[in-house]
Structures are given as C-alpha cells and as structure tokens.
Design a protein. Sequence first.
Lengths: 114, 108
Amino acid sequence: DMKVTQMPRYLIKRMGENVLLECGQDMSHETMYWYRQDPGLGLQLIYISYDVDSNSEGDIPKGYRVSRKKREHFSLILDSAKTNQTSVYFCASSLPGLGRDTQYFGPGTRLLVL
Amino acid sequence: GQQVQQSPTSLVLQEGENAELQCNFSTSLNSMQWFYQRPGGSLISVFYNPSGTKQSGRLTSTTVIKERRSSLHISSSQITDSGTYLCAMNNMGYKLTFGTGTSLLVDP
C-alpha cells in the first residue's frame, strides 16, 4: 500500500523558533515535494526534490530550506519561524515518466506560529 | 494572473443530483489531474487525465488540451462526495500548478 507519512501532524511554535517537518515515503519515488495550503490561495509549491541532494526551489521558497539525504525522507526546515508561516504543510511524492507522475500526498502538518 | 481557474467556487446539491466542475488553464499544458480533499484531510488523486475522457464509477473527467479546459462530472451525488475538488496542471517538468478548488456540499 503506497504511503506518504508526515510528522508531526500538529505543531505550535513561537515566532523565532526553528521548525523541522519530516516526510517519508515507502514507494522509492525519486521526486518529492513540499507544499503549503492556505485558504483562498490553494496549494503552493515550496520546494521540489528530484532525488538525494538534488533540490530545487518552487514558487515560494523564501523562509524555507529542505534536506534530502535519503530517497525515502524529505525534510522542510523553517529557520526562525514567522507568524505568516502558519499554514497546513503537505508533502508529496511521485514517480515521473510515461504517465506515472501522479502525486501521492501525506496527511499534512498543521503548523501554528504564535 | 491565476494560471488555473476553477468554477464554481462552491456548490450545494441535493443527494442524487449531478454536478459539473470546471477547470480552465491560461497556459498550454502537458497534463492535468483532479484531486479530492475531505475537510481537514489530505489530497487523493481522482483522475490523471492528460487528454480525452476517463470514467471511474460515478465520476467522469473530460480534458481537451487544445482548449485548455477540463471538467469533472459527478453523477447521482452522495453525501460522501462532499469535500473540495482541486484540479492541477502540469506544463513544465514535474511541477503541478493547482487551482483553488470547488467546495462541494451534498445535502440529504
């Protein structure tokens, strides 16, 4: 059963604290993504990773960085979190090529920055 | 401007009615997908539909690449169909650009 996991599911942080969001997948997918979802804005791509240590900025990378040291794990880091980073963060993975590029999403992490 | 526009933004149906959701793209695209999201839940891929018509149970997706549009038809709606339906397009590499969704409520 294809699965994308995210930890933690809920997180409350104070402004200025560091935040680490973790994502895992058990499908050996090469490509992984981090999105945030805000009311009225839909999903916005933060970063995309094509494989280990092969990461690329998405549409809204400012204030975020990522790390991918193993194919099955992809981390999103917020250094000194800001209140406008309060959002729902989704991780996804896909195996692109020949119509197999459906993205599989994790359950999401709800982050509140006070 | 928005590259992916969905309509309507919200829709209320009586159980058993049909629904037609629209997605229009402002740029050329390689493929598109429809996702379903339950309130507070994750996204589930409903259709990967580069072109043409696909059907899965009561759901039918029709994409016309040349006209930059796609539709999702839900027949005989059920209460469990309630949620948000998002379309997303791919026009470059592996990146998906999402619409802001259609919120569907099916009343008994």
